[in-house]
Design a protein around this ligand. Sequence first.
Ligand SMILES: *Cc1c(COP(=O)(O)O)cnc(C)c1O
Length: 395
Amino acid sequence: MRPRLRRTADPRVVTEQTFWTRAVHAGRDDLTDQGLHAVPLDLSTTYPSRDSRDEAERLDVMTTGAQVPGMPIYARLGNPTVARFEGAIAELEGCESGVAFASGMAALSACLLATVAAGRPHVVAARPLYGTSDHLIASGLLGNQITWADPADVGAAVRPETGLIIVETPANPTLAEIDIRAVVDAAGGVPVLVDNTFATPALQRPTDFGATVVLHSATKFLGGHGDAMGGVVTCAEEFAQRLRQVRIATGGVLHPSAAYLLQRGLATLPVRMERSSDTAAVLAERLLAHPKVSAVHYPDPSKLGQLTTGGAMLSFESEAPPHEVVSAVRLITPAVSLGSTDTLLQHPASLSHHIVAPQDRAAGGIPDSLLRLSVGLESPEDLWHDLDQALDRTT
Ligand SMILES: *Cc1c(COP(=O)(O)O)cnc(C)c1O
């Protein structure tokens, strides 16, 4: 687990507190002096003011995406509970700013819209990506152009109008790892966005390797309990302003109740990731030895030196019909999504990556036999017993 934070929300400040400590305290530093313990949950949709001239002035600044001190004016423009979560995850990712959205897809949409609006609509991306991310980028629905490139060929795909490079590492659902530093070196100054949903800053901080934009489906490990949907981008304040400008105009805001739950999830993030990683490593090894499993995909942290552990996600190629395995589990939850306290099993070709055309799935290295496991906090022995009996019961 990461021992120290090298940077805080203010990159000039070096903190000696450990990642574990900051995961608990980030976004809460002011509470004691306010006589509070739990994070205040502000559900206001509007904020009264008797000074509408002052509000008009502040509104002019807010709609540029810049942050303005004082209370928000309207909940689509900002919310204090959401701002706490944004500050906390930005600190944990070693970024200046965070901008939260209603979902991971809303977060990615804002990145694409901001890129297109800046007049550099060409995107370079490496497969595989999460299914709907692949679909959104490939469809050009938001006005972007796309060149898919192997990570090694990103440099050759960059054009003068390229505004963003998008990678996922470890990638959903194959756990393929990309050398972030090599992509950044090839990018020629084009911002590199890393979807860090699988690793979380507990295991990998993309900015340590030169990435400038980090995206999360906060719905997954950050929240950690499968009960709050959200997305967040951490980056430099300059890009954050463009994202807020998009968010104010398009309205994909994170609900404060979700922000409250996501902030609470951060406190246990390092503990959950460590425990689930340990269990995932055990399951990966045992699956590899199972006669009905032909391959196991689980990151080796020593390979690129980006991850501190292999993480809580694994996938495996089943020689048994994958649909039968999904329906045979009894303890494991047969469900799409990931990052919850309970272990989830799903078939990417049917669910998380169903929206991606079969030939594009193949290009991303996603066979129909692949099953994806999100390892939770149960006992490794109980989980293994369930997987083993499920595989054995198949035809
Ligand atoms: C789930 C997921 C997303 C999309 O996030 P939502 O919160 O479902 O919108 C994006 N990237 C990855 C890697 C994901 O797993």
